[in-house]
Design a protein around this ligand. Structure first.
Ligand code: FES
Length: 320
């Protein structure tokens, strides 16, 4: 992670909607003037500013050499907090949306001697982009893509090929993808990536730790938080650049406190999974609750996600 400068929002047209699999559509966005879009790397996501006021992150699934459009895959989640439901039910071809990014918290190491990609369900979206990129580069990789039922498998027009394995739980008596086995069998020095539901990510992290793989070779992307936001409050945030300070009361996050004072901090997911609110820490010890920073990055204490993380000290000085 790095303290990313916020990219300006760009108005884009939803130029096409295509069926990808049961409950999953592909949404293609183009610039209003048809110009090339900002470059992105495999694993990146964009922020869609939806008509219902929500901002949601979706991984880009088309290959990075395609500069005239962005494609995201969205699954209509029955437990939707309003994002995927709005995308599926309200967006129409021709709609114009504000789009932020691209940003990348799940960067593909293109020079890896071998790459192991593990995808579960809609988690295949950034992985599909990685597959296409690795093919263009001619780099060795293997893909393990898991779905519960065959009709839920997307990208079957581009994914099949050497080293690509589809695991359909229902065709294995409901047994999930053997993530631990795949991780254990990966060659030493391989970079491993996993994107999928929480239990798959937990199994992946546990298997990577058990096999003693260096954290720098193990990469995950989460769509939902692993822990609740810090709302114990009872500390003061000092804003080094703009001056002033704010007391974070119990029951509030830093982001909520700052917003209540009219201080605008870029934020998107507000769950610690996208990195939009990443803020430099100049003094104090954050109580990290995000799902992005590595253990080393947490220990360094120099950045934090203010949407969900709190403070272990009475005073936190932020570069705001
Ligand atoms: S707004 Fe997404 S990590 Fe804070």
């Amino acid at each position: 992670m790095s303290n990313t400068v916020q990219a300006p929002l760009i108005a884009m047209r939803l130029s096409a909607i295509r069926y990808a699999a049961a409950g999953i559509n592909l949404y293609e966005f183009t610039a209003l003037d048809g110009d090339a879009l900002p470059a992105f790397s495999a694993g990146a996501h964009i922020d869609l500013h939806l008509p219902n006021g929500l901002v949601r992150q979706y991984s880009l699934c088309n290959p990075p050499h395609e500069r005239r459009h962005y494609v995201v895959g969205v699954k209509r989640d029955i437990n939707s907090r309003g994002g995927s439901r709005c995308v599926h039910d309200e967006l129409r071809a021709g709609s114009v949306l504000q789009v932020g990014g691209p940003r990348n918290n799940f960067e593909l190491h293109e020079d890896a001697p071998h790459t192991v990609l593990i995808a579960g369900g809609i988690g295949v979206t950034p992985i599909a982009c990685m597959v296409e990129r690795l093919r263009v580069l001619g780099r060795p990789f293997e893909l393990h893509y898991s779905v519960r039922r065959r009709e839920e498998a997307a990208f079957l027009d581009v994914l099949p090929g050497d080293g690509c394995h589809l695991h359909v739980d229902a065709e294995h008596g409901g047994a999930p993808l053997p993530v631990a086995q795949i991780v254990a069998a990966a060659p030493a020095g391989a970079h491993l990536y996993c994107c999928g539901p929480g239990p798959m990510l937990d199994a992946f992290e546990a298997a990577a730790a058990a096999s003693g793989r260096p954290p720098a070779l193990v990469h995950i992307e989460r769509f939902s938080p692993v822990q609740p936001a810090a709302v114990a409050g009872g500390f003061t945030v000092k804003l080094a650049r703009s001056g002033g300070s704010a007391y974070v009361a119990p029951g509030q996050t830093i982001l909520e406190t700052l917003r209540a004072r009219g201080i605008d901090v870029p934020a998107s997911c507000e769950q610690g999974v996208c990195g939009t609110c990443e803020t430099r820490v100049l003094a104090g010890t954050p109580d990290h609750r995000d799902s992005l920073l590595s253990e080393d990055e947490r220990r360094a204490n120099d950045v934090m996600m203010v949407c969900c993380s709190g403070s272990k000290d009475d005073l936190l000085v932020l570069d705001l």
